[in-house]
Design a protein around this ligand. Structure first.
Ligand code: GLU
Length: 447
């Protein structure tokens, strides 16, 4: 889709000032493509150069992370924190530890996070960070040494009122524990609200671990309801088998659907009887093994390492692995097999061509910044509990999460309606996220 004439030069500028950062370009283009109608409605934002400002991070930090492995060998990784936008609150967003992480990766994630966080309706700005460190195959002590070295630089940039990191790919409860321990040691402050996704034994909140997956499932449930359907009796495919995928599978099963396949970077498993979640948790959360071992314990299940998981027939697909994992040809397979709803559990898992195919086929498509916002929303609830030195029950926390996800769905749905593009959750999410950030930026003056 061509960009609004006022947005074209802004995008050209993003391309020329951020060379080679293809994922960042993709994320910016996707938002600019949607917000054309909002540009016409608010000419005052153009005068204040709000969109151009939104595309430029407020601050970008890059640092060296030296650490020593168990054999005494020294490794040098690179650490990042991109503090993208603080108009709505302290920078908020996860840390990703994965060998593929480059500055452009962190910028795309930070940019998405700004709109996602705005959509939650909670007072959080957007940021993201991470490292090209690969925790796979590392011992606990190696991961600890890396986290301590990473925090030894990061601590000076973060704080409960400044920037509040959390987890993302490769960063879970174990890493957050090591990071928090080092922050506490360096600063001599038990500042619970500086990190979220903490363990329940040191200031964490109920339902944070489950929140991205549960939230995404609630969002898809709302999309299904909007078309007179439900999860009941539906076959569902969830890619990935990390934190998002595991708790998506749990909630889909609770709502009456059956998840028939999940994956990791080595391949996928198909289990027509429904993924055995106890077994999956044991493999991934406890033993940190590859997904292939699942079939050793479930004789009826198949393991496939050389084809796309999206070939598995389903009515609902929830891509929860990583960016650009669901391509145009995958989308065509899903449509051919009768898929009616796709909710993005990961950040930007569907390629632009994939999204086009799904939309043209009338598939309800929930973009990540809406569908997976439950994780960061629960982080904001964790900050709320930390600030008031409170701790809510699981049930209360889950109710709050469900209300927030229903609110996000309603905001996207109603915005799409208001702009004459009913059912377009991508436009609904981008326009309503943008409107909230832009209004705050205008009010704060030229900063
Ligand atoms: N990494 C998650 C996301 O992509 C969670 C961020 C957070 O909790 O701050 O939204």
């Amino acid at each position: 889709m061509p960009l609004h004439s006022e947005l074209e030069p802004i995008f050209d500028d993003v391309l020329s000032r951020n060379p080679g950062e293809v994922e960042f370009h993709q994320a910016v283009h996707e938002v600019l493509e949607s917000i054309g109608p909002a540009v016409d409605k608010h000419p005052e934002y153009a005068d204040a150069k709000i969109i151009k400002r939104i595309c430029e991070p407020e601050r970008q930090i890059i640092f060296r992370v030296p650490w020593e492995d168990d054999a005494g060998e020294i490794h040098i990784n690179r650490g990042f924190r991109v503090e993208f936008n603080s108009a709505l609150g302290p920078y908020k967003g996860g840390l990703r530890f994965h060998p593929s992480v480059l500055l452009g990766t962190v910028k795309f994630l930070g940019f998405e996070q700004v709109f996602k966080n705005a959509l939650t309706g909670l007072p959080i700005g957007g940021g993201k960070g991470g490292s090209d460190f690969d925790p796979k195959g590392c011992s606990d002590r190696e991961v600890m040494r890396f986290c301590q070295s990473f925090m030894t630089e990061l601590y000076r940039h973060i704080g409960e009122y400044t920037d509040v990191p959390a987890g993302d790919i490769g960063v879970g409860g174990r890493e957050i524990g090591f990071l928090f321990g080092q922050y506490k040691r360096i600063t001599n402050r038990y500042e619970s609200g500086v990190l979220t996704g903490k363990g329940l034994s040191f200031g964490g909140a109920q339902v944070r671990r489950e929140a991205t997956g549960y939230g995404c499932t609630y969002f898809v449930d709302e999309m299904l309801k909007a078309r007179g359907e439900s999860f009941d009796g539906k076959d569902v495919v969830v890619s990935g088998s990390g934190n998002v995928a595991i708790y998506t599978i749990e909630k889909v099963h609770q709502l009456g659907g059956r998840v028939v396949a999940c994956s990791d970077s080595s391949g996928y498993v198909r289990d027509e009887k429904g993924i055995d979640l106890t077994l999956l948790k044991e493999i991934k959360e406890t033993r940190r093994e590859r997904i292939g071992v699942y079939v050793d314990r479930r004789r009826d299940a198949d393991y496939v390492s050389d084809r796309s998981i999206w070939e598995v027939p389903c009515q609902v697909a929830i891509p929860s692995a990583t960016q650009n994992e669901l391509t145009e040809s995958d989308a065509l397979m899903l449509v051919r097999n009768g898929c009616i709803a796709v909710g993005e559990g990961a950040n930007m898992p569907t390629t632009p061509d994939g999204v086009r195919v799904l939309r043209e086929a009338g598939v309800s498509f929930g973009p990540g910044k809406a569908a997976n916002a439950g994780g960061v929303a629960a982080s904001a609830l964790e900050m709320q509990q930390n600030a008031s030195r409170d701790s809510w029950t699981f049930q209360h926390s889950e109710e709050r999460l469900r209300d927030i996800m229903q609110g996000i769905h309603a905001r996207c749905y109603e915005t799409a309606d208001e702009y004459g593009i009913p059912g377009d959750y991508v436009a609904g999410a981008n326009i309503s996220g943008y409107a909230r950030v832009a209004a705050a930026m205008l009010a704060l003056g030229l900063v």
